[in-house]
Design a protein around this ligand. Structure first.
Ligand code: GLV
Length: 311
């Protein structure tokens, strides 16, 4: 096979770039003028790899021989899918392998918020156990109601874990899933009013942008908590900050933010939040697999074999 030229927008995952270089001519946008590298190789580039670096219409249109975008993530909201479709460009992603790890992060955030895990760690390190006695009490997960926004693969994996924690599970989404045993709400506000924890696992992008606004948070209420492992764009961040500071909700566990890696500084001093830096799929096992899937999809495409995970 001839060594096709691949534009690697970022390094991708552990081992991915090295594996890619075994089979392809890898072009990396060079600082200080990444656009120049792209212009110089525009006619050679046949595929793009990206983890979470955006692929715009402008970039797609600048590459006349582009055939494929191999995403090293499950989410597609950073790709101009309309522009890709118009050009008939093949798009692949890496779902499934990250489902369990990402669902684990939802549970980790929920447990840490409810049981004050992160807070307890800081409490000991600051010597407060001696000075102030026991940590204030947390809240049980057992017996509580969990509302999942978007019962896709990750949502279902969260539901399974929540059942094992003896929680009652319901969900909201664009349509009822009749093969799922959980209670369906077609009204997000009604579900928010009914639950103790709300976990967002829906896709990002225009369709879910700002789905969670102040009204939804108010409906969730002062004894309930929000967990976001989906996309920052799904939550109106200013509304969340307001709801947290005036205790319209009890707390939030966040793995994703509107403008990563920027995180609103107002969150740093709040005691009712737990923050992680977009680590849903960030385990060695999963990331190595994700990198391999990116390369295997490219090889399949250029060797004329069926794709592993076409979008
Ligand atoms: C990570 O957020 C992903 O979409 O895989």
């Amino acid at each position: 096979m001839i060594r096709q030229a691949i534009l690697a927008m970022d390094r991708g995952h552990q081992g991915q770039l090295e594996l890619l270089e075994e089979y392809f001519e890898v072009i990396r946008p060079q600082k200080p003028d990444p656009e120049r590298t792209i212009r110089e190789h525009a006619h050679e580039i046949r595929a793009i790899t990206t983890f979470l670096t955006p692929v715009s219409r402008q970039l797609i249109e600048a590459l006349p021989n582009l055939e494929m975008i191999a995403i090293g993530a499950a989410g597609l909201d950073h790709i101009d899918m309309k522009a890709a479709k118009e050009r008939g460009i093949v798009v692949t992603n890496t779902p499934d392998v990250l489902t369990d790890d990402t669902a684990d992060v939802a549970m980790m955030l929920m447990l840490n918020l409810a049981r004050r895990g992160v807070e307890g760690d800081a409490y000991i390190r600051a010597g407060l156990w001696h000075q102030q006695g026991p940590l204030p009490l947390g809240r049980s997960l057992s017996g509580k109601t969990l509302g999942i926004v978007g019962l896709g693969r990750i949502g279902q994996a969260v539901a399974k874990r929540a059942k094992a924690f003896n929680m009652d599970v319901c969900y909201f989404g664009p349509r009822e899933k009749l093969d799922q045993p959980y209670r369906y709400y077609d009204d997000l506000h009604a579900m928010a009013r009914a639950v103790d924890f709300m976990v967002l696992t829906c896709p990002g992008g225009k369709e879910t942008e700002w789905l969670i606004n102040y009204e939804v948070l108010e409906a969730l209420g002062p004894d309930s908590m929000l967990i976001n492992i989906a996309r920052g764009s799904t939550v109106k961040e200013n509304d969340l900050l307001r709801a947290l500071s005036n205790r319209a909700i009890a707390g939030a566990g966040l793995d994703v933010y509107a403008h990563e890696p920027q995180v609103p500084e107002a969150l740093f001093t709040m005691d009712n939040v737990v923050l992680t830096p977009h680590i849903g799929s960030a385990t060695i096992e999963t990331r190595v697999q994700m990198g391999k899937i990116v390369v295997e999809n490219l090889l399949a495409h250029f060797e004329g074999r069926p794709l592993l995970t076409a979008v």
